[in-house]
Design a protein around this ligand. Structure first.
Ligand SMILES: C[S@@+](CC[C@H](N)C(=O)[O-])C[C@H]1O[C@@H](n2cnc3c(N)ncnc32)[C@H](O)[C@@H]1O
Length: 389
């Protein structure tokens, strides 16, 4: 007998990744998108495995009071895969993200914390300063469907900064191009058109200049996509670490040197480590007083550093992982600020810190990515010998 494609489900709590949890009549867990806790929905099965299924709520039989009409016409089952929380009110989006962070820390690190997700200025739409469009076989630019390479053609992305929309990527054909990236800063717009093979075509400046905390940062590579993110994270890191003049600071995964810059301004002597050659060059230009090391964080820590007072750790999504966490603890810092874009990776690394004598003493969480399930945390880790606040 084949499985039915449509299930009627009572939706349970929030889970990581923009889904809620429900249960199949046979006991398997169902991860349901486009749903909210407490709802009764009819859901289309999109993947079925031995112990779990994925499904999209295609009909709401009993709606949550937190449900709203998505402002974007492409935010629906089978539509654009980008904004997975548009059907939730803004307070419900914050509650969802806070619950996920708290649950991951509890489950993976055994740490119980109250988490509040703080909004950034500017509202939930029109914030995204960097957008990567995909181009379909017909040459039309759009955004990818959830867990798919299918390009959903769009007229306009509502979370994109108006300057991104003004670049007009979705208004013209892109024959022979696979992807188009737009990034804006101040008056400048950079557009990178990537053919499936060969060199990308860049229109506009190769580097953008970002102004944060009284400094200019020249950026060729990574930069946060929300215009208020860099200043918000820099302020959180300074507040949590409370660096003193003369302290030795280490900025790991430094990118263009955002945290190295503010630690330098606080009077610290700064070592910054960045894997990308261009990122390290930007960091050296942006923070001339810093000792910038271009290389893999684990390798540099294994060979080049022996002590630090404060450390900033801002790894990519997969987290720092055990080898780097152990090397950070071996520097015997009095405080570590861990900037994390993935709550599960943060939970795993906080667990490793715990095994090595460092405990979580504070956490801030920010809505850097409104309308999506993504959330950014800044966690403070201190030696377990420091009394609890
Ligand atoms: C999340 S970004 C943070 C950048 C910077 N801290 C900021 O706030 O703009 C992570 C950075 O880590 C770098 N990176 C990724 N893996 C690395 C590794 N194994 N060793 C060194 N750097 C790495 C990337 O090039 C990227 O610049």
């Amino acid at each position: 007998m084949t499985e039915p494609d449509l299930l009627e489900l009572e939706v349970g709590g929030y889970a990581q990744g923009g889904v809620c949890v429900a249960h199949h009549p046979d006991g398997r867990v169902v991860f349901v998108r486009h749903a909210l806790p407490g709802e009764r929905v009819r859901a289309l099965v999109t993947a079925s495995r031995k112990s779990w299924l994925r499904a999209d709520a295609v009909e709401v039989l009993t709606a949550s009071p937190d449900r709203v009409t998505p402002p974007c016409p492409y935010a629906h089952p089978g539509g654009c895969g980008g904004c997975d929380l548009q059907h939730a009110s803004i307070p419900a989006q914050h509650a969802w993200k806070a619950a996920v962070v708290a649950e991951q820390l509890q489950r993976l690190a055994g740490v119980t914390v109250d988490v509040t997700v703080e909004p950034l200025p500017g509202g939930p739409l029109g914030w995204r300063t960097r957008v990567a469009y995909s181009v379909g076989h017909d040459g039309r630019a759009g955004l990818l469907a959830q867990r798919s390479h299918t390009v959903i053609p769009i007229d306009r992305c509502l979370i994109a900064d108006p300057r991104v929309a003004a670049a007009g990527v979705t208004d013209r054909p892109w024959r022979g191009i696979g992807a188009v990236e737009v990034a804006v800063a101040g008056e400048a717009t950079r557009l990178v058109a990537r053919p499936p093979r060969g060199r990308p075509r860049v229109t506009g400046p190769a580097a953008l200049v970002e102004h944060v905390a009284g400094r200019d940062f020249t950026v060729h590579g990574f930069w946060q996509v929300h215009p208020a993110a860099a200043s918000t994270l820099a302020a959180a890191v300074l507040e949590l670490l409370a660096p003193a003049p003369g302290e030795r600071a280490v900025d790991l995964y430094a990118g263009a040197g955002l945290f190295a810059g503010v630690l330098d301004d606080a009077g610290c002597s700064v070592v910054a480590v960045e894997g990308s050659r261009q990122g390290a060059a930007d960091c050296a230009q942006n923070v001339p007083a810093a000792d910038v090391r271009n290389g893999d964080v684990a390798t540099v820590l294994a060979t080049g550093l022996d002590a630090a007072d404060v450390v900033v750790l801002d790894p990519p999504r997969e987290g720092a992982k055990a080898v780097v966490v152990a090397a950070v603890c071996a520097l015997r810092p009095r405080a570590v600020a861990y900037v994390a874009c993935d709550p599960a990776a943060l939970g795993r690394d906080v667990d490793t810190f715990g095994e090595l004598g460092y405990r979580l003493t504070a956490i801030r969480a920010y809505d850097l990515f409104p309308m999506t399930h993504h959330v950014e945390c800044v966690a403070l880790l201190e030696p377990a010998s420091v009394p609890a606040p």
